[in-house]
Design a protein around this ligand. Structure first.
Ligand code: ATP
Ligand code: MG
Length: 182
């Protein structure tokens, strides 16, 4: 699976429509402090369904992720982020070569809108779509700085649990435990 492109508009520091393309398997995002690198990471997690404002480094309300203005620019009222995935290998169970997942939030309306390939859907549809791909918001597809230090400092058993999660074994272990304790 391959994230081809992220399109952001009105999300955090990305006031104007910005398109970031990923042309190779490994992409580094570099830039001075405060230029918006972590905001890109927040944007990806936001689209994949993150509901915790705090974990997106916002304040009390989800509308904190909408561009709130700067010295040069007025605030905007809409944040929209789209992730575009290559689906030629049918990683997602959808019969299209590209899968676009979009989340949109208006300042006046606390309910977000979600779309798959431009068609409105529920948050659950997105969660279901990504659940078995290892892409879920709690999965290891996004590894933060903190994760790396805790991995380096982990005990062997804890490290093994992370490998199991990454290899997709953990989910079967969880299911096994659930059925054993019923
Ligand atoms: P560092 O190298 O320090 O980790 P970074 O490149 O990761 O920096 P970010 O944390 O992505 O930087 O971006 C921080 C910037 O985003 C700050 O300047 C902050 O004012 C701006 N920002 C965050 N939320 C909003 C918002 N809702 N509206 C406007 N700007 C925002
Ligand atoms: Mg950062």
């Amino acid at each position: 699976m391959f994230l081809k492109r992220i399109e952001l508009q009105g999300f955090k520091s990305f006031a104007d429509k910005s398109i970031i393309t990923f042309d190779s398997d490994v992409t580094g995002i570099v830039g001075p402090n405060g230029c918006g690198k972590s905001n890109i990471n927040d944007a990806i997690r936001w689209v994949l369904g993150e509901q915790s404002v705090k974990s997106l480094r916002g304040g009390n309300s989800m509308s904190d992720i909408i561009f709130s203005g700067s010295a040069q620019r007025k605030a905007v009222n809409l944040a929209e982020v789209t992730l575009v995935f290559d689906n030629t290998k049918r990683f997602f169970d959808i019969a299209y070569d590209e899968v676009e997942i979009t989340r949109r939030l208006r300042r006046q309306n606390s309910e977000a809108e979600y779309l798959i390939n431009k068609t409105p859907c529920r948050l659950k549809d997105i969660t279901d779509l990504v659940m078995d791909t290892g892409l879920g918001r709690d999965s290891l597809s996004i590894i933060t700085q903190g994760n790396i230090s805790s991995f380096a400092e982990a005990k062997p058993e804890e490290r093994r649990a992370l490998f199991e999660e990454a290899a997709g074994v953990a989910k079967y272990k969880k299911r096994k435990n659930v059925s054993l304790h019923k």
